[in-house]
Design a protein around this ligand. Structure first.
Ligand code: NAD
Ligand code: UDP
Length: 343
């Protein structure tokens, strides 16, 4: 039961690797470490008690990806590998179109080229999409049939890859494809051994708050307190990365057992404001999180949370963990690894 994880050394991929081992699968990590650190592999071995095979290279290298597929003959592929910094995507759109769309094309062509060979399992893919494909939603909660749009090149790449997968599946109905639209993944494995390791100053709220709590930054800038939300700050659907990892296992099992493609939201169905996150983090860490109100961040939406009904009905999956658990686990990781995976 080999499962190939492109980008498997990254934040969500590493947690999914653990969940797959626990569910009896054999994950194989394919990664070029462009946004992760090889030290994660040793951490994964400590958590799982098994060595997870690593294929180091670039998903854009189609002949090499073909050789990896031939070697491992995975019953499923989870495609995490992508660049994900929204601001950078605005500054360097071609990098994002090249890596994210080109990377998906390369992987799909490698899967297509090898699919008809002897002993190759039916092509089965899980794709990391995002709630960003809903743009500025007209209402909340968001169901999967809401109109899609994009507000930056990163989001555009997710939309294009989703469309590519729809076209591919129409042409080749034997492909089994799960499109997972993640809301806001946060938290870390409860061991404190793996977690989110932003290369630069974090753009996202939770890692920034964690770095304020540990004293790396003086204060959090809260981007806007005049949104039409209960306390005026932005509201998001934060989901524990462990719940998200379990969602991938459930998605793979559903694809393999039912043989049908689907698109689902992976969120909790609950929104929390920026100030609620700050308070929860203070409770979890016992440290103050000073903040100041700053102007709105361009492109931000007021509120965004999922209707997770379809995921529950289709996958039998439901997010379990609370905001307090998300903060407690993020804090354990932050405290134990103040420099992430770097020594
Ligand atoms: P991450 O950066 O931690 O992980 C991505 C991994 O892919 C990294 O290990 C990186 O080294 C690797 N990678 C990138 N380009 C590669 C290439 N060309 N070849 C081989 N490996 C490559 O990001 P993450 O947070 O784990 O996100 C995983 C996926 O989920 C991405 O597709 C991202 O767009 C999507 N997503 C993330 C979030 C989020 O908030 N974290 C939300 C929605 C969707
Ligand atoms: N946010 C903030 N300060 C920060 C980072 C984020 O106030 O330093 C707010 C942001 O405006 C949004 C929420 O926190 O309302 C979540 O932002 P994040 O970037 O984590 O997720 P996304 O906006 O992509 O959903």
């Amino acid at each position: 039961m080999n499962i190939l994880l492109t980008g498997g050394a990254g934040y969500i991929g590493s947690h999914t690797a653990v969940a797959l081992v626990e569910a009896g699968f054999r994950p194989i990590v394919l990664d070029n470490f462009s946004n992760s650190h090889p030290a994660v592999m040793e951490r994964l071995a400590r958590i799982t008690g098994t060595t997870i095979p690593l294929e180091r290279g670039d998903v854009l290298d189609t002949p090499w990806v073909e050789s990896v597929l031939r070697q491992h003959r995975p019953v499923g592929v989870v495609h995490f590998a992508a660049d994900k910094a929204v601001g950078e995507s605005v500054a360097q759109p071609l990098k994002y179109f090249h890596h994210n769309i080109g990377g998906a094309v390369s992987l799909l062509r490698a899967m297509e080229a090898t699919a008809s060979e002897a002993d190759m399992p039916a092509p089965t893919l899980v794709f990391s999409s995002s709630a960003t494909v809903y743009g500025d939603p007209a209402s909340v909660p968001i169901t999967e049939d809401f109109p899609r749009s994009h507000t930056n090149p990163y989001g555009h790449t997710k939309l294009v890859v989703e469309d590519m997968l729809t076209a591919l599946n129409a042409a080749q109905p034997n492909w089994r494809i799960a499109t997972l639209r993640y809301f806001n993944p946060v938290g870390a494995h409860p061991s404190g051994l793996i977690g989110e390791d932003p290369a630069d100053i974090p753009n996202n709220l939770m890692p920034y708050v964690a770095q304020v709590a540990i004293g790396r930054h003086e204060a959090l800038s809260v981007f806007g307190d005049d949104y039409p939300t209960p306390d005026g700050t932005g509201v998001r659907d934060y989901i524990h990365v462990q719940d998200l990892a379990a969602g991938h296992v459930a998605a793979l099992q559903t694809l393999l057992n039912k043989g049908k493609s689907f698109t689902v939201n992976l969120g909790t169905g609950r929104g929390h404001s920026v100030l609620e996150v700050v308070k929860a983090f203070e409770r979890a860490s016992g440290r103050p999180v000073p903040y100041r109100i700053a102007p709105r961040r361009p492109g931000d939406v007021a509120q965004c949370w999922a209707d997770p009904t379809r995921a529950e009905a289709l996958l039998g999956w439901k997010a379990q963990r609370t905001l307090d658990e998300m903060c407690a686990d993020a804090w354990r990781w932050q405290q134990g690894n103040p420099n992430g995976y770097r020594p």
